[in-house]
Design a protein around this ligand. Structure first.
Ligand SMILES: C[S@@+](CC[C@H](N)C(=O)[O-])C[C@H]1O[C@@H](n2cnc3c(N)ncnc32)[C@H](O)[C@@H]1O
Length: 276
């Protein structure tokens, strides 16, 4: 593992094993003894707009039942479980942070989906997968931690079947300077590797992927930040989220995410590309 990968995994693994803490909170919030993917969803989706964005992303991508899907940078497996149960796909979640892969497997077993979503530790720039073997590569908010995005997209191209698709939902650089650190994906610039969307599109094309759809969701993300802030200022209780087990440090990071959006320092995009 190189220095930047060590910085990234140290950042995510700092809170230790998350599965049991998350399950305890989810049991407290659930209406039933038997936990479901929906009970975990407010807690296990580590990206802007949480489960709401995953639903919107899936509406755009329309994953087909029975297809093989790889979730690249799967975190603790929230999106992978959501895809398995709602779209009927078979998911392999891959993530650089080893403890997250264990958490993802434990949470998936707890909701009875171990047969439909599996997890393994791997680097997005060196995928342990055969050429032409995957129908859909799905990735949400992972590329911002990957310094060599050209290598990541070349690997995606290699493992996709002909006609297979890459669905990406990522934070990218804004025009007005670097993000306000710390942010949820990095304590400082040494762990954050954002590129402007134009540069990302160029790298994807160079890797051989054809663009089918590209949506800039920065305005939606900003509206979400403003809605949440207004609700808190109006005295509404904070909705359940990862802050419940990641603590106060996470709240500061989330606040910096909002400020970075407002100041034009980050942008948010969803896109669909295809291996011709
Ligand atoms: C912000 S989390 C997003 C997790 C998940 N996609 C989600 O939306 O809930 C970013 C994840 O990317 C993973 N990651 C960062 N760099 C990676 C790399 N080079 N290869 C694979 N995973 C990586 C991190 O370990 C972390 O789990």
């Amino acid at each position: 593992m190189n220095d930047s990968a060590r910085t990234v995994t140290r950042h995510y693994a700092r809170a230790g094993s998350l599965a049991q803490r998350l399950l305890d909170i989810a049991h407290g919030l659930a209406r039933d003894d038997r936990l479901t993917v929906d009970d975990l969803a407010p807690l296990d989706q580590f990206h802007m707009r949480g489960a709401e964005a995953t639903v919107e992303f899936a509406e755009m991508v329309k994953p087909q039942p029975g297809t093989v899907c790889v979730d690249l940078g799967c975190g603790i497996g929230g999106p992978a479980r959501w895809l398995a149960i709602n779209c009927g796909v078979e998911v392999l979640g891959l993530d650089l942070t080893e403890s997250y892969c264990h958490d993802a497997a434990a949470l998936t077993a707890a909701v009875g989906l171990a047969g439909q979503a599996r997890f393994a530790c791997a680097d997005a720039t060196r995928l342990p997968l055969a050429e032409d073997s995957v129908d859909l590569v799905w990735t949400q908010h992972a590329a911002m931690n990957v310094p060599d995005k050209a290598a990541m997209y070349r690997e995606v191209y290699r493992v996709l079947k002909r006609g297979g698709r890459l669905a990406l939902h990522d934070i990218m650089a804004g025009p007005d300077g670097p993000p306000h650190f710390p942010v949820p994906w990095a304590r400082g610039p040494e762990g954050s590797f954002l590129l402007p969307s134009g540069e990302v599109r160029r790298l994807l094309a160079e890797a051989g992927l054809s663009e089918l759809v590209w949506h800039d969701h920065t305005a939606d993300a900003l509206a979400w930040v403003h809605r949440r802030r207004a609700a808190l200022q109006a005295g509404e209780p904070r909705p359940p989220g990862p802050h419940l087990f990641l603590g106060e440090a996470f709240q500061d990071m989330a606040a910096n995410l909002g400020r970075s959006l407002e100041d034009g320092r980050i942008t948010v995009h969803m896109a669909l590309l295809q291996k011709p």
